[in-house]
Design a protein around this ligand. Structure first.
Ligand SMILES: Nc1ncnc2c1ncn2[C@@H]1O[C@H](COP(=O)(O)OP(=O)(O)O)[C@@H](O)[C@H]1O
Ligand SMILES: [Mg+2]
Length: 284
C-alpha cells in the first residue's frame, strides 16, 4: 500500500482537487483507493456530498479513539463511494479541536500511520487531503506517507511560507530517519500571465529535482466536477486540466518512491517531540 499526502499550508491552491482527481485516476487504473479527509472544513467529504457536521463518526473520532483501534472500527467509518475502487474516510469539524488539544500528546503524530497500517490489505493507494495548516494533522499525514505532493498555485507570492513547511518535512524525515519523496505540482497555471510564468520559473530554480515538469492549467471543468461530486476523470476526461492530472498520475506511478512502515515503538520520533513542540505551537 502506498500513501500519498497532498499538502500545502496555503488554502485554495488545489489540494482537494488534486487528491480527488489523482484518486479518480488511480481507481480507474484498477487500484483500490482510500481518500482520507483530514481537513476540518471537510471539502473532500463535501465534494462527494457528505455533510461533515452531521456524520456520526469521522477521521477525528478514529484519531481520538481511546484504546486499541480495530480494523472493523475503521471500516465502519470508511464510506464506499458510488465510484468503483473509491472509498473515503470523511472528516468532521472536531478535527480543529484535535489539532489544538493533541499537540502535546506523546506519540500522537503516529496515530494515522497506525490506523492506515491496519488497512494494508484493503487498499493499494491512500491519498490524504491535508488542512491548510502546519500542525499535528499534517505531521500525522507526513509520518504515514511515502510521498508528499505539494500543489503550488502559480501566482505571485505563492511561495510564501514554503520554507516553514519544508522545515516540518525535514523534521519528520529526520525523526523517522527516512526520505519522503516530494513532488511539487504547479496548479491553476495561466500561461498568458507574466506572474504565472515567473512563479513556474522560480519553482524550477528552487526545486530542480522535485518539480513535476508538467503543470495543471486553469480549467473550469475541474470546478464543475467538484460541484457535481464526480471525480473529474469520469466527468470530463478530455478537458485539458483533467488530462494534466492524468499525466501527473502516470508520472507519479513511474517515479520510484521510498517504502516504509510506521512502528508504534518509534523512539526516534518520540525523542524529536520536545524539540518540535514549540515550533508546532507557534506554527499552528
Ligand atoms: N486547475 C484549476 N482550474 C480551475 N479551478 C480550479 C483548479 N483547481 C482547483 N480549482 C478550484 O479552485 C478552488 C480551490 O481548489 P481546492 O482544490 O479546493 O483547493 P485547496 O484544497 O487547496 O483549498 C475550488 O473551487 C476548485 O474547484
Ligand atoms: Mg481543500
Amino acid at each position: 500500500m502506498q500513501v500519498w499526502t497532498v499538502a500545502n499550508q496555503k488554502g485554495g491552491v488545489g489540494k482537494t482537487t488534486s487528491a480527488v482527481t489523482l484518486g479518480g485516476y488511480a481507481a480507474q487504473a484498477g487500484k483500490r483507493v482510500l481518500l482520507v479527509d483530514l481537513d476540518a472544513q471537510g471539502s473532500m467529504s463535501c465534494y462527494f456530498g457528505l455533510k461533515p457536521q452531521s456524520l456520526r463518526q469521522s477521521s477525528a473520532e478514529l484519531m481520538n479513539h481511546e484504546g486499541p483501534i480495530s480494523r472493523e472500527l475503521i471500516k465502519d467509518i470508511v464510506v464506499e463511494l458510488p465510484y468503483e475502487g473509491l472509498s473515503l474516510l470523511p472528516s468532521s469539524p472536531s478535527l480543529i479541536t484535535l489539532e489544538r488539544t493533541s499537540q502535546n500528546k506523546r506519540g500522537f503524530g503516529l496515530i494515522l500511520g497506525q490506523v492506515l497500517s491496519l488497512l494494508e490489505e484493503d487498499f493499494d493507494l491512500v491519498l490524504i487531503d491535508c488542512p491548510p495548516a502546519l500542525g499535528v494533522l499534517m505531521i500525522n499525514a507526513l509520518v504515514a506517507s511515502t510521498r508528499l505532493i505539494i500543489p503550488v498555485q502559480a501566482e505571485f507570492l505563492s511561495l510564501q511560507g514554503f520554507a516553514r513547511m519544508q522545515q516540518t518535512v525535514d523534521m519528520v524525515q529526520h525523526s523517522l530517519d527516512t526520505v519522503i519523496d516530494r513532488v511539487v505540482v504547479p496548479t491553476m497555471v495561466d500561461r498568458r500571465t507574466q506572474a504565472c510564468q515567473q512563479t513556474v520559473r522560480s519553482l524550477r530554480n528552487e526545486f530542480p529535482v522535485d518539480l513535476w515538469p508538467g503543470h495543471i492549467p486553469i480549467d473550469t471543468k475541474l470546478r464543475d466536477a467538484s460541484r457535481l461530486g464526480v471525480p473529474a476523470n469520469l466527468y470530463q476526461p478530455a478537458a485539458k486540466g483533467v488530462q494534466a492530472y492524468g499525466a501527473l498520475f502516470r508520472y507519479l506511478e513511474q517515479r520510484i518512491s521510498s517504502q516504509r512502515s510506521v512502528s508504534s515503538e518509534d523512539e526516534l520520533y518520540a525523542s524529536a517531540d520536545n524539540a518540535t513542540k514549540a515550533y508546532w505551537a507557534e506554527a499552528v
